[in-house]
Design a protein. Sequence first.
Length: 272
Amino acid sequence: MSMLKLHRVSKTFNPGTPNEVRALIDVTLNLAPASFLIVIGTNGSGKSTLLNAVAGSFKVDSGTIELAGEKITRWEEHERAKLIGRVFQNPFSGTAPTMSIAENLALAARRGRSRGLGLAVNRRMKNELRDRVRSLNMGLEDRLGNAIGTLSGGQRQALTLLMASWLRPELLLLDEHTAALDPKTADQVIRLTHDVIERDKLTTLMVTHSMQQAVNLGDRIVMMYKGRVLHDLEGSERARLRPEDLLSRFEEVRRREQMDGAVAEMLTQAYV
């Protein structure tokens, strides 16, 4: 049984132009319920494109995407949001900065239903919000009336994670969500991420540049290269991985790119 299925998904940007980029090429992936997949890769490998394809940021050229038994390939992004929670790289994305912490969380709690803030943030809801925010251990439970835009990046990212996971989505997407944070704050948000996913058994797809995060989190690692899945590591092979093992695989990719470039240059010179 799979919670998320991608079958031969492809996407090319700017086709037929000098700027053509084959971002995804026949990508097939299956995620079991409650699995935690980490996606890594060099710049331009397709990892962020993969996440955006699932989120519905654009339509794929070919292939199918299925989530929780629903074929969502042609669904709009806002339709997929009923099933997907997402945390962006930028701590200031995914929230309404001029609205209060309570109002932002109330919107998340009513995702997919009619929204009326006057009714949403009642006394019972405020008590629930305070209890959930207290679990972040950031002292924000007594600041629910503060505008979320006045908070630090780490505080805001922690609240965004809380919002994305509030209704236990069928799929949680984490888009390099600690990349813009300082190391200490990033570690705090990562610990919170682990706790939320473990507690709610969320099916999760996370994109990261951090080799340490890749080996410390999740039960499966996919490495992408030029729009394709280059390595798919799970089970005992995944359990033995260390950060240096992943770095060595990246070095192998870099050497391949250098060799490809050298061969291309030799062929060019041969026809000059």
